[in-house]
Design a protein around this ligand. Structure first.
Ligand code: FMN
Length: 184
């Protein structure tokens, strides 16, 4: 099973990437999988101008991100909540690619905020967005409130009380990802 984790915060002092590192470690330790991290800060995709297949010139950055998305059996979208929604770089990324990149794949939703609600509004919008891609989202989501108190810079969990939420989410996400992969 190939899982790609999309790290969707490109902010200079971002907290979201710590969550990505933590989830990647946990998936490796618990499920023996080796997830790929697609960091949108490093990917440096251009601003959307046209879908990939219609671009006048090939772009290595766009092609590289495509490979990481398309080769995955399942994806995790890990996004901060900005102004009540998911991050603009995440939307910008998706718009380049054909629906076949996402079709019938499990996509898990993880949202992050510095406040108490963990990006609930972004999570609800991601559900709609993911369905529009022909993908299937996991009913169990992971909302990470007060993220600044949850993980250190290496992605180690600093708040043990959050372990249960992560474990429950990953159990449901991996189950769905396996079920959809086996159904193909
Ligand atoms: C432009 C901007 C808008 C934000 N809007 C919200 C918001 O609507 N709700 C919320 O809970 N936090 C909001 N925040 C705070 C984020 O939750 C905070 O940045 C958090 O650390 C997660 O994102 P990060 O990866 O940028 O650190 C906002 C932050 C920025 C920079």
């Amino acid at each position: 099973m190939k899982i790609t984790i999309v790290s969707a915060s490109t902010r200079i002092e971002r907290e979201t990437h710590k969550v990505v590192l933590g989830l990647s470690k946990k998936i490796t330790l618990t499920d023996g999988l080796d997830p790929l991290i697609l960091d949108l800060k490093e990917a440096k995709l251009p601003m959307f101008t046209e879908i990939m297949s219609k671009l006048p010139e090939p772009d290595a950055r766009i092609n590289d991100v495509y490979e990481k998305l398309n080769s995955a059996d399942a994806l995790l979208f890990v996004s901060p909540e900005y102004n009540g929604s998911y991050s603009a770089p995440l939307k910008n990324m998706v718009d380049f690619y054909p629906k076949s990149t996402f079709y019938r794949k499990a996509i898990g939703i993880v949202t992050v905020s510095s406040g108490p609600l963990g990006g609930m509004r972004a999570a609800m919008q991601l559900q709609q967005f993911i369905l529009a891609l022909g993908a299937i989202t996991c009913p169990q989501m992971l909302l990470v409130p007060t993220v600044q108190n949850k993980f250190d810079s290496l992605g180690e969990l600093t708040d043990e009380s959050f372990t249960k939420s992560i474990d429950l989410f990953l159990k449901e996400f991996i189950w769905l990802a396996n079920a959809l992969k086996n159904a193909k």
